[in-house]
Design a protein around this ligand. Sequence first.
Ligand SMILES: [Zn+2]
Length: 371
Amino acid sequence: MITQHEIDALNSYPAGEAPVISFYLSFDRHEREEKTPFTELKNLLRLGQEEMAKWPEEYHVPLALYLARIEETAEEERGGRSRGLAIFAGENLWQVYRLPVPPGNRIVIDRMPYVKPLIHLYRGHPRYCTVLVDKERARLFLIQMGEIQDYSMVLDEVPKHHEQGGWAQARLQRRHEDAVMHHLKRAAELTFEFFQRERFDYLLLGGTEELTSAFYERLHTYLQERVVAVFPIATTASGAEVLAATLKTMEEVEARLDEELSTRLKEEVGQGRLAVAGLAPTIRALNAHKVQHLIVEEGYDVAGGRCADCGSLSIRSTGRCRYCHGTIERVDSLVDEAIELGFAQGAQVHLVAPNQTLWELGRIGALLRYA
Ligand SMILES: [Zn+2]
């Protein structure tokens, strides 16, 4: 799982004279077939060679070595489970991310790592928290982009229930019930503390109906609003079982949310309400600071431009700015810049798996704050 910590480290990489290669590669179904030619990789490496030639000669040898190492790593990963790679190579820098979602295809040689696509993946995909509860234990997991991390250590345990006879048993039984409720309350509080730190988007609950609903009642209302699924599972389930159950539920939830968002965009656009679809209208809405939700198909990428004077984005890469008549300069990835602008304006950015509805809308769109 990509952590905020790693992203911070890449962002604070000291810019020197020496070049850094940032390499992103998506494995689509076709590319993962090892018998077919690895066309995208070849294209990227060729672009890398061209870029390399623009650097002073002293850097050609190290850059050629980085490219060779990148090629080797991409070939090795090809038949694996990941859907894409992000690699950063430079002086004292070799970082490989095997990604569960495709990051697009790109190679950049610059004095700094080009981290935007990685940050967008990280920030544009929902984070889920799954809490499993039984009478004595609670377990907590964080999930993002199909990867899971166990954070059970943030939760405590209640005292064990001991079998005894007579009146003592009735009293112990009562004490046990109290202890269970106390345990659920405590687990709910700790889940809220965890939320304040990690800011997950959605919450899933696992366990019996009785206990998950008792737990739900004790959750902070912020968290109650975030519960998207409840499913039965034993807290004694193996890690693999928890992962499988969580991912299955999550996939359904994510597909449903993506579909709902795309459908909502289609409806709002169709009825002429506060929404736009397609690249040019979305870019205009961003330039006007109107975007509340930016919806982008995963892997969508297109070049464009930016005004050197006012910073407005443009679907054209040359000419004059429509706002201030400044000079438009080319940007390699207009979509990356658009996402960046969306985040900077406080919009919610949603990277959505490709679907027919969004495709027909032009692969990008936005729900607006005002007209
Ligand atoms: Zn301008």
